[in-house]
Design a protein. Structure first.
Length: 82
């Protein structure tokens, strides 16, 4: 099965070069650098916060506040259909 992890270019000239490079074997694997300049601990901490954010917000809101937010969201969804 062919590797489809790399997207093909949309520009016809770039696509032609891509096809020629592939057929001649001149392609170079583009691997993203391992060090993206971000602290791995900070990334994990942010992810943990994101996973519990919605639940924590729901607990902090009153029933009336949640109802108002849901009403505004429903109006926004219905407005899009027009």
């Amino acid at each position: 099965m062919p590797d489809r992890s790399r997207k093909r270019p949309r520009d016809p000239n770039q696509l032609a070069k891509f096809i020629v490079d592939q057929s001649t074997g001149d392609t170079q694997e583009e691997t993203p650098p391992d060090d993206s300049g971000k602290d791995k601990a900070a990334i994990e901490l942010g992810r943990k916060g994101g996973l519990k954010g919605g639940k924590a917000r729901a607990r902090a809101l009153t029933k009336e506040q949640r109802s108002e937010i849901a009403r505004i969201a429903a109006l926004a969804r219905w407005k899009k259909k027009d």
